[in-house]
Design a binder for this molecule. Structure first.
Ligand code: SF4
Ligand code: SF4
Length: 280
């Protein structure tokens, strides 16, 4: 069952507001200009009745409906949400009700796939954070949840649920690796060789990953000529390969479409790379 509320609202002392507004620059982070954001959240709370009366469509980085939810200014979120208005959804006043109601980040989707104990451990990593630090994508929990569900589960299990050393032991995932490029290889290595092996072989992983990217860029020239002539190109994420491997093709090799017969070749090249890393 989906349990998104606890990642968005983990406790009474903080909340996440990263996805507001849904049309903002995706690189914008709640820790940029904290003082300015704080003033804006305070003012939006104070001026809510006036803002509702003069409702204007939002246009970019900020939304007049985003404000502190409590007098103590601990939680921040949507002041127009139906839960605050006896079931009336006022988000349409900003012009983006549909986007707002359907905003769901990757981290929340991964979190929803964890069991209750795993979720509790995840939230224990953020106990001392305020809403700004919690919402930031530099929050180690959010950075962990950018990885595949299997990797998140593996890391939580490996950690013995020790939150005090978590960032020191597993920070390599976001400090030295990139889930878009390394998601597939890192998970395979961790599953076959263990998390310790992965941690101790990061240089080899990135070296062989970069070599694999060079090979993947040439993959079309390794296909039989008729495979290119007779087969239409399909989006990379629809190839018969794991989704995490398709991200390496897209973000590493800049391959967004390939003929279907490429799948076998990609899997075999990737397997050879894995074997080299595991034997190194
Ligand atoms: S960014 Fe994700 S976790 Fe944060 S409020 Fe939006 S859906 Fe919830
Ligand atoms: S209307 Fe509410 S949910 Fe939508 S962007 Fe504004 S604060 Fe966020």
């Amino acid at each position: 069952m989906l349990n998104l509320a606890s990642l968005c609202f983990p406790d009474n002392n903080k909340s996440c507001f990263y996805c507001c507004p849904p049309i903002r620059n995706p690189e914008a982070d709640p820790l940029d200009n904290i003082e300015g954001r704080c003033r804006e959240l305070r003012l939006n709370r104070k001026k809510l009745p006036e803002n509702i009366a003069l409702a204007e469509e939002i246009s970019g980085e900020i939304c007049w409906g985003l404000g502190f939810l409590d007098d103590a200014e601990q939680q921040a979120g949507c002041l127009l949400h139906p839960l605050r208005h006896g079931g009336d959804d006022l988000r349409h006043l900003t012009g983006y009700q549909f986007k707002c109601a359907n905003a769901l980040c990757r981290e929340a989707m991964i979190f929803a796939e964890l069991n209750q104990n795993e979720q509790q451990f995840c939230l224990s990593l953020c106990q001392e954070m305020d809403s700004f630090t919690y919402s930031s994508r530099s929050n180690p929990l959010m950075r962990l949840l950018a990885w595949e569900t299997e990797m998140v589960k593996l890391i939580i299990s490996d950690s013995n649920k020790d939150s005090s050393t978590f960032s020191a032991r597993y920070g390599f995932l976001w400090q030295q690796l990139d889930f878009r490029l390394d998601g597939y290889l890192a998970l395979e290595i961790a599953e076959r060789g263990g998390v310790n092996f992965l941690r101790n072989n990061l240089a080899n992983l990135t070296l062989y990953r970069d070599k694999l990217i060079v090979e993947l860029k040439e993959i079309k020239s390794d296909l039989p000529p008729n495979a290119l002539l007779d087969t239409p190109l399909i989006p990379t994420h629809k190839l018969a390969i794991p989704l995490s491997l398709s991200r390496l093709l897209k973000f590493g090799a800049d391959l967004w479409e390939l003929p279907a017969p490429s799948s076998k070749l990609i899997l075999s090249r990737t397997e050879q790379t894995l074997e080299k890393i595991l034997l190194s």
